[in-house]
Design a protein around this ligand. Structure first.
Ligand SMILES: [Fe+2]
Ligand SMILES: [Fe+2]
Length: 287
């Protein structure tokens, strides 16, 4: 198989492919900048949304969905945004702003179309919840957004994995390679976290999101200032996979770095409870 013979060449091809990824919609980009500000305000979000009619329509649709069970119709964005909350705004903006990427079928990971988004959403919900257990302050909104975006590199890596993912899983089971992340690096010369980081740079995402994506499988390598939030999303990702929501054949072939406890104050019992809570929340928002 070509990819196995020449990882350097494959890495070059993959990194070139990143440059062809469609740019992020300008409203999604601006919304992410607001989330990254020290005090993300609803008013600022409303201003951005108002100038984007498809996004306005999607947000009003969400606010009027059965989930909120309102008697009268929400017709203004000023009412809709506080009602659905910041996480929902980010979710909707990203889904419409980069939909092609998220809707992709991850054939290389033997994933089913739509599963990718579900995994990311679960990881996002988990990361938001974990943020509140931070030993120092961790922004729940950034953790949520990082959770949504952490595996974005897979959308590109997937088409280069070909049919080797089964072989990777066998190699891990035999102890030949450590984990899926390591196997990607060996076979393709680059892994989905690094490719995701390149996508994040291509999209001009805030630095904190770039770092979450880059180090989500290797949190101990993250720059010190980003470690708390990187560990938060690292744990959120693993919890989403433990709950049975991965992106395909690679699920559960990534180790948990238990040094997360330096940054997150969560007992094992609390962790188990959290998995149930994530389930519950996911069922609510996944319409
Ligand atoms: Fe990942
Ligand atoms: Fe993941």
């Amino acid at each position: 198989m070509e990819v196995m013979k020449n990882p350097k060449e494959t890495a070059r091809k993959i990194l070139n492919a990143v440059k062809t990824v469609p740019v992020l919609s300008s409203s999604a980009g601006r919304i992410l900048q607001i989330i990254d500000s020290s005090n993300p305000s609803i008013a600022a979000l409303v201003n951005i949304i108002r100038n984007d009619s498809p996004l306005t329509a999607n947000i009003l649709k969400a606010a009027n969905s059965a989930f909120y069970g309102l008697r009268s119709e929400v017709s203004s964005i000023d009412q809709a945004v506080p009602l659905i909350g910041i996480d929902e705004v980010v979710r909707i903006a990203l889904r419409s702003g980069v939909s092609d990427v998220f809707e992709k079928e991850l054939t290389g990971y033997k994933g089913v179309a739509g599963e990718f988004w579900k995994h990311d959403l679960r990881a996002a919900i988990a990361s938001h919840k974990i943020a509140s257990y931070g030993r120092i302050y961790i922004s729940p909104e950034i953790a949520f957004t990082g959770g949504l975006l952490h595996d974005i590199g897979k959308a590109i890596v997937s088409s280069y994995l070909g049919d080797v993912s089964k072989k990777i899983v066998e190699a891990i089971d035999r102890g030949v390679v450590k984990d899926f992340h390591e196997a990607e690096k060996r076979l393709l010369g680059v892994d989905h976290a690094m490719v995701g980081f390149e996508v994040a740079r291509h999209w001009n995402l805030p630095e904190i999101l770039q770092n979450i994506i880059r180090y989500h499988h290797t949190p101990s390598e993250a720059p010190e200032m980003f470690k708390p939030i990187v560990y938060c999303v690292h744990l959120g990702d693993i919890l989403a996979m433990m709950a049975g929501y991965g992106t395909g054949s690679d699920t559960l072939y990534y180790p948990l770095d238990d040094r997360y406890s330096d940054f997150i104050d969560l007992s094992e019992d609390e962790l188990h409870l959290l998995i149930l809570e994530i389930d519950e929340k996911f069922e609510q928002v996944n319409y």
